[in-house]
Write a protein that binds this ligand. Sequence first.
Ligand SMILES: [Zn+2]
Length: 457
Amino acid sequence: MPLDICQQFTDTIFRDGPSGLQGDSKREGGRLIAIVGFVCFTVSGPESPVLRKPGMNGRSLFGAGVERFRLTHHPVLRYTVCMRKTYKYRMYPTKKQGKSLNETLSECRWLYNHLLEGRKSTYEQTGKSLSLYQQQETFSLLKAERPTLKGVHSQVLQNVAVRIDLAMKAFFRRLKSGEKPGYPRFRGADRYDSFTFPQSGFSITHDDRVCLSKIGSIKMVSHRPIKGTLKTCTISRSSTGKWYVCFSVECEPERLPYTPEQVGIDVGLKTFATLSDASQIENPRFIRREEKALAKVQRKHSKLAKGTPQRRKHRKAVARVHERIAFRRENFTHQQSRQIVDRFGVICVEDLTVNRMVHNHCLAKSISDAAWSQFFGQLSCKAEEAGRAFTRVNPAYTTQDCNRCHHRQKMPLSERTYHCPCCLLSIDRDLNAAKNILALGLQGRVVPEAPCLETGE
Ligand SMILES: [Zn+2]
């Protein structure tokens, strides 16, 4: 494990960037001088990872506002990262249970809209905003006014208020940062599709059924065992009427053994992805087929007059195709990202948010776009858990630069091979880009001053 190396030498902790441990050292003139050892975490989860070192008492470095932190005099570095993971299972409620699930959703929706209205009118009248607790305090009164609310577990109702609170906070944050704010919306009948038990009120029975307070014990397909401590439980209804249960658990990350292999990944329309080791991931075949199915069903949908029962009914058919695409895409990207994370210790990809994800009419492109961002998202999650380094780089010029001599030239889309006039390199266009992405990623990844860092005294 590279942890040993990190334990012995200087460590640098970055605030941003993927988590990972990487270690290397070399001996020069009889002295151990170079280390490339760093620990970095993504501060993305609900709780920041906690880094413990002597004297820190497990205080979160990120919470303490430390941007970048160097440890030179602490030979013992122990870190524990608690991960949050979500397990999602399909649920098969009986008719009666389905009815009470739907009733719970509609009560939650009513409460959501009611609380939102409360926030809105208070803000308009007094210019002040209600707090989460002020709203939660009103619940006993509300239950007296609306007895049907009593049919819902109290913590589920509390969670609705939390959702409002989060939505409002997000709204004010957007307002502050000058983005287009978009006030939280009132939810229509089909626009409220999940509710959460934040602490209790749910359990898993010994025969793998999920037991929900005030609803009953529901059949669940437990396709994989849960590892970790159960924290929350969210029930959701998909647009096609399927029911799912999501358990959020707290668990220890499953680290993978260290590997020095590094990879850059370029995504493209011709092949799904090209790796810097010249291997390729072919486009999944379903894209073509689903593209046709989607076009067909959408064409039919647009022909049906708005507001008619036929159109309402047909909406399910459209939703079904979208759902099928989503399932297949997810399956594909999960498999591919798992393979990459198993094989490589450092993974560099292009940042798709930079000038790329523009809306376009080409269906194949839009399906691929979604698949790529999902693929990268899963790579990031899996890498973080496995202790691999994952980084996104700015894709500017990655196709135009020669990966050997850095000569830059225009590359029209039709040109599949990169011919460098300077060093006479002739290389596949995507492979060249993948190599550039890897090089860029390593530039950002490796501690700049690492080669001359001295070990702690
Ligand atoms: Zn060249």
